[in-house]
Write a new protein. Sequence first.
Length: 360
Amino acid sequence: MPEYVYIHIPFCRRKCLYCAFSSITNTALIPEYLKSLKSEIRTFYKGEKLKTLYFGGGTPSLLDAKQIDGILKCFDIQKDTEVTIEINPDSADKSFFKELRSIGINRLSVGVQSFDDSILQSIGRLHDSFKAAETLKTALDTGFSNISTDFIYGLPSQSLESFISDLNTAIELGVSHISLYGLKIEEDTPFSNNPPKNIADPDMQADMYTAAIDFLKAKCFLHYEISNFSIPGNESKHNLNYWNCGEYYGFGAAAHGYVNGVRYENNRNIQKYISNPLKKTSTHTLSLNEKLEEAVFLGLRRGDGINFSDFEEKFGIDFKTKYSAQLDKYKDFFVFTPENCFFNTKGFLVSNIILSDFLE
């Protein structure tokens, strides 16, 4: 049974202009939502000792510490359980961080996105650069040592130099984990209806990504997944479980889960979820071939790629033999060792194209 839990908190003070995640601004619904969330947890969670628990959103830091603690008390959390909460700089202060520490939160994921005030304003963020830096400093001062930051590249009027400067600022402030995401104009977002000007073209985004890889490597950050970098030992255990095709519970509106070989999705409509939190809008039992494809697709997202002996032990298949045509076709995009194969930087840049060739 799963030892990993994702909890979706779908509330924000304001929707960012690029955001396609399931969230609403009607925070008055939070008490009703939490009641339904706990009902779902009590019904499906089987009391496993957890290795990780992750609060995502939305903006989970809109909940107060008592509300968060009420959710944590639904689970069997150990001293070594990684417990992460996503934080927006506009919704956290010193007293809040102290309360989070006291109830067992031990990892933060802070949505910085940029340290450039004009860029932050242009994408609809509520915080400014000073507040972002102050949030990271305060989190460290209150005892958090495992802090991740999110950044977006390809933002309006963003230069390669300013992007790298943002990463350097975060490192100087003491973060141990960085996640990078290229700007995409998603459907049904304000940016899709009114596209921003002066955004990076695909070539510039590629230059920003490769420059970030080189810069973070020089700063001793491990590139352990296509979008994620960490000081060794600070990798996200929760996300590694996804990329290792591990099972996990997903609780809350729009949450996805994977239990007993079945992938499921909860209702994206928050009101409908509140009315019936036990109903799954979709369930799908994975076939052996689907599990095989997921192992390849997700495995090659990792920095260490596919381990040949692990793959054969799990599926009874020699990876190099089965995919010999693809590996030969794209040999310039891989690094091969006796134990494994993984993308080089060129491979990561065109990974979607390459991975589509591995899927039958």
